[in-house]
Design a protein around this ligand. Structure first.
Ligand code: ATP
Ligand code: MG
Length: 399
């Protein structure tokens, strides 16, 4: 996971997105007002507790990053003074759900939020960003995209889904019976009544001319950037604040918990939380799931070549300490093994840590200012002078 975060951070630098650090605790009310009372997150997954004060404030362990970022953005007055901002955050989120592979009660998200940009090019830029990360990691993703439209299109669509749900009430699952009146769009998310959800009204049929144009522009830009996608009318997302573009990314390298990124546009959210009417859009990456996908894909990582440095005897150990420093500066990844163990035990350790090379210095080698260079992949060994060691090792790249 550390590796994924490193790559994502490097990508942020290329996209001119700066880091924001947000608290783990916020008032529960923040999530009720943004994520929404009827969302699964707020209605059943949040960890909340009462603060130690007379006002009985309730606090929540953050279940997602967006509300905290928006709160901080407004609190800093940026919505009025300098609305166009690009942030990323990285850290743990908490949700009380049934733990299983790829689903945990504490999990890590890496998210991006852009404020002050209503144009379709911004939606496309974020999707290209996700595709860049995918490429960098050597994974296969599927991008599913939809548009919910603006407040106007959304309310006509909501009514149509509500009517549809009422007409098919007896066929709905138990959860959908509850969802119907409170949050009808969630019907489309239903994992049980898939057929019923597929036949439901589609938000794309309710888009006004402007929302239609926005969506078409996003798709055009994706095509010209060479990013593949499929339109999926069922991507409504469970949260209240989404409008226009919504998307989910799944990884074909994973089994059941295969959603790795999700996001969308939330143009009304800053205002809902008491700020100026500033548009926004963002996404969150599920870091454990990306790490699992990498494991499943067994894609080789770009990284430093690994060297196990083996010294036999006190004098060799002294020289090896110095040598380790020189090699790390190249840079190579160097582990100086325990000089108190036998050569055999040290070679075993070298194998165990997946070293590409072992550099062995015994008393004889030391006297000749040389070392045995052992290629652990090819099991070949030869003597090289210490003066040439760096040059011998450094150009040899890991496969
Ligand atoms: P899911 O449908 O899998 O429950 P979600 O729609 O609840 O996902 P989001 O709230 O959109 O997920 O979060 C974005 C990403 O965070 C998800 O695509 C997923 O990769 C990851 N994620 C969400 N919940 C968990 C969890 N409990 N454990 C691990 N990763 C998670
Ligand atoms: Mg969920």
């Amino acid at each position: 996971m550390g590796y994924v975060e490193e790559r994502a951070r490097a990508l942020m630098e290329r996209y001119a997105v700066g880091e924001i650090r947000i608290p783990l605790l916020e008032r529960t009310e923040l999530y009720q007002r943004s994520t929404g009372e009827t969302s699964d997150i707020v209605s059943k997954q949040m960890y909340t507790f009462t603060d130690r004060d007379e006002a009985e404030t309730t606090l929540a362990l953050r279940p997602e990053g967006t509300p905290g970022v928006v709160r901080a953005y407004i609190e800093a007055g940026m919505d009025r003074s300098d609305p166009e901002q690009r942030f990323f955050y990285s850290g743990p989120m908490f949700r009380r759900e049934r733990p299983q592979k790829g689903r945990y009660r504490q999990f890590y998200q890496f998210g991006v939020e852009v404020f002050g940009r209503a144009d379709a090019a911004c939606d496309a830029e974020l999707l290209v960003m996700i595709d860049d990360l995918r490429r960098d990691l050597g994974l296969q993703f599927q991008l599913e995209i939809n548009s919910l439209g603006c407040g106007k299109c959304r309310s006509a669509f909501r009514t149509a889904v509500l009517d549809y749900g009422r007409a098919h009430f007896t066929e709905l699952c138990h959860d959908c019976h509850e969802r119907l009146e409170r949050n009808p769009l969630r019907l489309l998310d239903c994992k049980i009544d898939v057929k019923l959800a597929e036949a439901a009204p589609k938000s794309l049929d309710f888009l006004c001319a402007e929302c239609r144009k926005h969506f078409d522009t996003v798709l055009d830009l994706l095509k010209s950037a060479g990013v593949e996608f499929v339109i999926n009318p069922r991507i409504v997302r469970g949260l209240d604040y989404y409008m226009r573009t919504t998307f989910e990314v799944t990884s074909t390298n994973l089994g059941s918990q295969n959603a790795v990124v999700a996001g969308g546009r939330y143009d009304g959210l800053v205002e809902t939380l008491g700020g100026a009417p500033v548009p926004g859009i963002g996404f969150a990456i599920g870091m454990e799931r990306i790490a699992l996908a990498l494991e499943a894909a067994q894609t080789p990582r770009a990284g430093l070549m690994r060297v196990a440095l083996i010294a036999l005897g006190e004098a060799a150990a002294r020289r090896a300490t110095e040598l380790a420093r020189e090699l790390r500066a190249l840079p190579l990844q160097v582990e100086l093994l325990s000089t108190e163990r036998s050569l055999k035990a040290q070679l075993k350790r070298a194998d165990r840590i997946g070293a590409n090379y072992a550099v062995i210095i015994g008393a004889d080698e030391l006297a000749r200012a040389a070392a045995q260079l052992r290629d652990l992949g090819a099991s070949a060994q030869r003597e090289v002078s210490l003066a040439n060691l760096a040059a011998e090792l450094y150009p040899a790249r890991r496969d």
